[in-house]
Design a protein around this ligand. Structure first.
Ligand SMILES: N[C@@H](CCC(=O)N[C@@H](CS)C(=O)NCC(=O)O)C(=O)O
Length: 220
């Protein structure tokens, strides 16, 4: 049995959809942020930085979204190429591309003041937006060229991870710095459109109030 410590519409979303897609027994434990739960010793013992999500597993607590996703895929032999599969190398490269490039750049766009203080916000935003455009174009080029099964015909932990990030990027109004609609990236859009209608995505999106098309038309 897993316990996912989550808060609606945060970084717990991808892991929660993956747990649902796997069909394994799990519990969703709502984090009481207002009560300071992220700073409690019990939570910090699971997630030392006090971020969301944290996952309790039979092997102990885990933090970091990508680590959880890879752990779950390997543990349940699903939603990723197996360790000895020829596609494993490419899959790992793009999973780490997402966790070390896409996700941190997204955080810089949403929280530019955390990078170098309020005075540097305009410069940070200019740089981070350009970086995000380049990263999404790089992903788009790979998808259109290679069409890997783990991001097209088959659901994968990576698809859910990128879907979660695009949910936030696509959901912002046109004048928001984080406005990056999936429609601008047709290969990515088509794959996320197929993923978001799966029962697992629909169940969690409904529970968290994220609309019927959470990856391609957030909040619609
Ligand atoms: N690298 C972490 C990032 C997690 C993260 O930034 N979570 C956000 C929620 S979307 C958070 O906990 N924010 C609370 C805060 O920064 O105080 C992961 O992938 O798990």
């Amino acid at each position: 049995m897993y316990t996912l410590h989550y808060s609606p519409d945060t970084a717990s979303l991808g892991v929660r959809m993956v747990l649902q897609e796997l069909g394994v027994p799990y519990r969703s434990a709502l984090i009481d942020r207002d009560a300071g739960a992220l700073d409690s010793p019990a939570y910090r013992a699971m997630q030392p930085l006090g971020k969301i999500p944290a996952l309790e597993t039979p092997d102990g607590p885990m933090f970091e979204t990508a680590a959880m996703l890879l752990y779950l895929a390997d543990k349940h032999h699903a939603l990723a190429p197996a360790p000895n599969h020829p596609e494993r190398a490419a899959f790992l490269a793009w999973l780490f591309f997402t966790s070390t490039n896409l996700h941190p750049t997204l955080l810089q766009i949403f929280y530019p003041e955390r990078v170098a203080g309020e005075a540097c916000v305009p410069a940070v935003l200019t740089q981070a937006r350009a970086q995000m455009q380049m990263l999404l174009s790089t992903l788009e080029t790979m998808l259109a060229r290679d069409n890997p099964a783990w991001f097209s015909t088959e659901p994968s932990v990576l698809g859910y991870y990128v879907g979660m990030l695009m949910h936030w990027l696509g959901g912002m109004p046109a004048d928001h710095p984080a406005h990056f609609p999936t429609a601008d990236y047709p290969a990515l859009h088509a794959r996320l459109a197929a993923l978001e209608v799966r029962p697992a995505a629909q169940t969690i999106a409904a529970d968290e109030g994220l609309g019927a098309l959470p990856f391609t038309h957030p909040y619609a």
